[in-house]
Write a protein that binds this ligand. Structure first.
Ligand code: PEP
Ligand code: MG
Length: 585
C-alpha cells in the first residue's frame, strides 16, 4: 500500500482501478514509404481525420448537453481546425512530396502550427496551444493508437492517473467510465481542476509521482475531499474508505435538504452564500446547492473555450443567460482575467519571465482596449435585463481602477448615443487580491462600489508562493497571520466607507476558514457550489460571538501552522462532520 498526498481539487471519494493515461508528447519518427504505398497513406490520413471529426462531433454534443454551449465551444474550435483545408492539405502534400507516413505528416503539420501560434504576440493564441496539442494527439491516436482511445473501450470504471490533463481531455471524460482522476502536476486553480469540479469528478492533482507509483488495474482510492491517493490499499484502509463513502452519501442527502433553509447563525445573523461559476449554465445547480446568487462569474472562460476572439454578441449572449438564470439574485460578473496560469506560458515562444507578475487581468485589458470595451459594452447591455454588478480583477493601483471606471463611463456614453438601454447605476467594484490593494483598501473603498477578497491571489502575492506550483503548495496557507491582517484591514475599510465586502477565494469554501472570515466581519462568502451545503451547515451551527472569539484568538497567533491548527480544532468541535476522516495533522 502506498499513500500519496496531493492537492484536493474536486470533492468526493472513489474506490476503483487505475488506468494510466500516458499522454506524454512524443516525437513521431520520419519514416519513408515506397511509392506504391502512398495511396494507402492518403487513405489512412482521410480515415483518421474523418474518425476524429466524428468523435469531436459526439464530444461537442455530449458537452453541450452536460455543461452547456460555452463549454462545448472547445470542441467546435477543434472541429473548425480539422475541417480547415489550410491545415490538412499540406499534410497530404507532405505525404507525396517527402514520401512519408501519414502519422509523420500529421505530427509535422501540427508541430509547425504550434510554432506559428507560439510566435503570435496576442496572448489569446497562447490559450490555443494546448488545444492544438490535444487535437494532434487525437488524430495520431486514430492513426497509430494510444492509451486514451482505449479509454472509451474500458469494461470497468476507471480512475485515470496521468502526468497532466488538458481541460478538453477532462471535459471529454465519460462520467460513467472515468470515476475520478489523479495527476502528477497541477494546482487547485488550473482549468482542469475547474472542469473536474463542474463535472463532479473527484480529483487530486499535484501528487508528484503518482504515474510512477500506479500501474494499470491496481486498486486505488481517490479522496478528493482531502487530496489523498492510496495505491494498492490494504483491507483495513478499504473498509475505512467504504465506510466514509457511505457516510458521505447519507450526509450529502441531508446537506441537500439544507438548501432551502435560511443561512443564519444561531443568533440570527444572515450570512449570504454565493457561488463561483465559470459558465452561466452552472447557475441552476448552484441555486440547488443553496446559493443565493453568483459572487464570482469568471468570464475568461468565454475566451478559453471559444473558437475565436469572442464578439460583443458572444459576450452579450453569455451575460444575458446569466442574468436570466439568476432571476433577480445577486450576480457579480468579473471582467476577463486572462494571463498567468490562464494561458500556457511555457509553450509560448517568448514566455514572460514571471507570468503571475506580468501582463495579466486588468493590466492585459487596459492594454487591449478594443477587447475590453467589447466586453464592457456587452456587460452594460446585459445590465438592462436584470440586476448585476461588474467587478475588475487584480487592481493594484488607483490609476487602474480609475482608468477602468473611465472606460465604463465611456462605453455608457456610446450606448446612450446609440440609444441602447443599460443600467446607469450598475455597481462597479473590484477584487482585492493584491497586497497593495488590501493595504490601501481605505483609499480604494472611496471609489469602488464593493470589494471581493480573492484569497487565491492574495495568499500567492502576500506569501510569494506560486499558487499553481505543487512544490510549494505546503507554503500556500491562507491562515498565515499576514493574510489575516490584510483581510481584517479590508473588512474595516469596507465598514468605514459603507461598501459591501465579500470573499470569493477558494478558502471561503472551507468551513474552518469561513468561520474565521465571519469572525473577521464578513457576511458574504462565495465558493464552489458543491461546498455550499457544508458551509451553510457551519453557519447554522455557530453564533457570531463564537466566530469573533475564534478570529480574535487567531489574530493573536504568530504562525500559519498555529492558526490553521487552531481553526481546525475549533471548527471540528462546531461542525465535526466537515472533518470526518481528516487526520488531526
Ligand atoms: C482569487 O484570486 O482568489 C480569485 C477568486 O480569482 P481567480 O482564482 O480567478 O484568480
Ligand atoms: Mg484572482
Amino acid at each position: 500500500m502506498e499513500t500519496l498526498k496531493g492537492i484536493a481539487v474536486s470533492p468526493g471519494i472513489v474506490i476503483g482501478r487505475v488506468f494510466v493515461l500516458d499522454d506524454e508528447r512524443r516525437r513521431i519518427p520520419r519514416r519513408v514509404v515506397r511509392p506504391e504505398q502512398l495511396p494507402i497513406e492518403h487513405d489512412r490520413l482521410w480515415k483518421a481525420l474523418g474518425a476524429s471529426i466524428h468523435e469531436l462531433n459526439g464530444l461537442r454534443e455530449k458537452t453541450r448537453a452536460g455543461l452547456g454551449e460555452e463549454a462545448a465551444k472547445i470542441f467546435a474550435f477543434h472541429l473548425g481546425m480539422l475541417c480547415d483545408p489550410t491545415l490538412t492539405r499540406p499534410m497530404h502534400e507532405r505525404i507525396d512530396a517527402e514520401r512519408v507516413t501519414a502519422e509523420y505528416a500529421v505530427w509535422k503539420g501540427f508541430e509547425e502550427l504550434l510554432t506559428r501560434f507560439a510566435a503570435l504576440p496576442d496572448p489569446s493564441f497562447q490559450t490555443k496551444v494546448d488545444d492544438v496539442r490535444d487535437l494532434s494527439a487525437r488524430v495520431l491516436r486514430h492513426l497509430i493508437g494510444e492509451h486514451s482511445s482505449r479509454l472509451s473501450q474500458l469494461k470497468h470504471q476507471a480512475v485515470v492517473v496521468a502526468r497532466d490533463l488538458t481541460p478538453s481531455q477532462t471535459a471529454a471524460f465519460d462520467r460513467g467510465q472515468v470515476v475520478a482522476f489523479a495527476t502528477d502536476l497541477g494546482g487547485r486553480t488550473s482549468h482542469t481542476a475547474i472542469f473536474a469540479r463542474a463535472l463532479g469528478i473527484p480529483a487530486v492533482v499535484g501528487v508528484g509521482h503518482v504515474t510512477q507509483t500506479a500501474t494499470d488495474d491496481s486498486p486505488v482510492i481517490i479522496d478528493g475531499d482531502h487530496g489523498v491517493v492510496v495505491i494498492d490499499p490494504d483491507e483495513a484502509t478499504l473498509e475505512e474508505y467504504a465506510r466514509r463513502i457511505e457516510q458521505r452519501a447519507t450526509a450529502s442527502l441531508t446537506l441537500r435538504e439544507l438548501a432551502s433553509l435560511p443561512c443564519v447563525t444561531t443568533d440570527g445573523t444572515h450570512v449570504a452564500l454565493l457561488a463561483n461559476i465559470e459558465f452561466p449554465e452552472e447557475i441552476p445547480t448552484a441555486v440547488d446547492c443553496g446559493a443565493e446568487g453568483v459572487g464570482l462569474y469568471r468570464t475568461e472562460y468565454l475566451y478559453l473555450t471559444s473558437t475565436r476572439e469572442p464578439t460583443e454578441e458572444d459576450h452579450f449572449a453569455a451575460y444575458k443567460k446569466a442574468v436570466e438564470l439568476s432571476q433577480g439574485r445577486t450576480l457579480v460578473i468579473r471582467t476577463v482575467d486572462l494571463g498567468a496560469d490562464k494561458y500556457t506560458q511555457e509553450r509560448a515562444e517568448e514566455p514572460e519571465r514571471n507570468p503571475f507578475l506580468g501582463l495579466r487581468s486588468i493590466r492585459y485589458c487596459l492594454q487591449s482596449l478594443p477587447m475590453f470595451k467589447t466586453q464592457l459594452r456587452a456587460l452594460l447591455r446585459a445590465s438592462a435585463l436584470g440586476p448585476m454588478r461588474v467587478m475588475f480583477p487584480l487592481i493594484s493601483n488607483t490609476n487602474e481602477l480609475r482608468q477602468a471606471k473611465f472606460l465604463v463611463n465611456d462605453v455608457m456614453e456610446d450606448l446612450d448615443e446609440e440609444g441602447l438601454p443599460f443600467d446607469r447605476s450598475v455597481p462597479v467594484g473590484m477584487m482585492v487580491e493584491v497586497p497593495a490593494a488590501a493595504i490601501m483598501a481605505n483609499t480604494f473603498a472611496r471609489e469602488s462600489a464593493f470589494f471581493s477578497i480573492g484569497t487565491n491571489d492574495l495568499v500567492q502575492y502576500t506569501l510569494a508562493v506560486d499558487r499553481t506550483n505543487e512544490r510549494v503548495a505546503s507554503l500556500f496557507n491562507p491562515a498565515h497571520p499576514a493574510v489575516l491582517q490584510l483581510i481584517k484591514e479590508v473588512v474595516r475599510a469596507g465598514r468605514r466607507n459603507n461598501i459591501p465586502v465579500s470573499c470569493c477565494g477558494e478558502s471561503a469554501g472551507e468551513p474552518d476558514y469561513a468561520l474565521l472570515l465571519m469572525g473577521l466581519g464578513l457576511r458574504t462568502l462565495s465558493a464552489t457550489a458543491s461546498s455550499l451545503p457544508m458551509l451553510k451547515r457551519a453557519v447554522r451551527s455557530v453564533s457570531i460571538q463564537q466566530c469573533e472569539r475564534m478570529a480574535k484568538r487567531a489574530l493573536s497567533l504568530d504562525s500559519d501552522a498555529a492558526v490553521a491548527a487552531f481553526l481546525r480544532d475549533q471548527a471540528r468541535k462546531i461542525i465535526p462532520e466537515a472533518f470526518d476522516g481528516r487526520s488531526a495533522e
